[in-house]
Design a binder for this molecule. Structure first.
Ligand code: ZN
Length: 195
């Protein structure tokens, strides 16, 4: 997921998790068919390999480099069910997580609209309805069970990233394109009414 006012991950926030051997990966942009593929599950035996662990490290460095708050495998041409996400501050902070083979239960009733961006759709934002609360079950990068019940912006980020694993982009979820806006126009025309 892309820019978010104040919530992006900073280098200092994840400093302890990465090292100099990491690389910044090329992020696929909308129109690249890789973003429309359905990603395959990660085998437990594959998760612990140096290659997969390096991919995870590289995804973390890439999302930090581009000041995002989430990045999914297909966005870096890896059609495997892995994403990284974290919200550093704001109302619903979420520690940086590595999420593998996620299963999601949508909770909380009526979907709520809020702004989303995406590193694969640079310079655009739009309002997207999402479930206000989710329960996530997945594996972490070490193959341990990860369980999380969360709400608000963190729940939104998780839904956005899991959509990437199914070839779905945030624009597909918009009820109308009336709010689809470039970032400059977002600042000029949309920030005043933002609650
Ligand atoms: Zn995205």
């Amino acid at each position: 997921m892309g820019l978010n006012s104040g919530g992006m991950l900073s280098e200092s926030y994840v400093l302890l998790t990465y090292n100099r051997r990491m690389s910044i990966l090329k992020v696929a942009r909308m129109g690249n068919p890789v973003l429309r593929e359905k990603a395959r599950p990660v085998e437990p035996s594959e998760l612990c390999t140096p290659a997969t662990q390096k991919l995870i490290d590289d995804m973390i460095q890439t999302v930090v480099e581009y000041q995002g708050i989430g990045l999914a495998g297909p966005q870096v041409h890896e059609c495997r069910r892995i994403f990284v996400a974290g919200v550093e501050n704001g109302d619903d902070p979420m520690p940086l997580m590595v999420v593998v083979n996620p299963k999601l239960v949508l909770l909380g009733g009526t979907p709520i609209e809020d702004w989303e961006g995406c590193l694969s759709i640079p310079d655009l934002r739009g309002r997207v309805p999402r479930a206000p609360e989710v329960e996530l079950r997945a594996l972490d990068r070490h193959g341990e069970i990860l369980r999380l019940k969360t709400h608000g912006y963190a729940a939104r980020v998780i839904q956005h990233e899991i959509d990437h694993l199914d070839g779905v982009l945030f624009v597909d979820r918009m009820r109308s394109f009336d709010s689809l806006t470039h970032l400059d126009e977002f600042s000029r025309f949309w920030t005043a009414d933002e609650g």
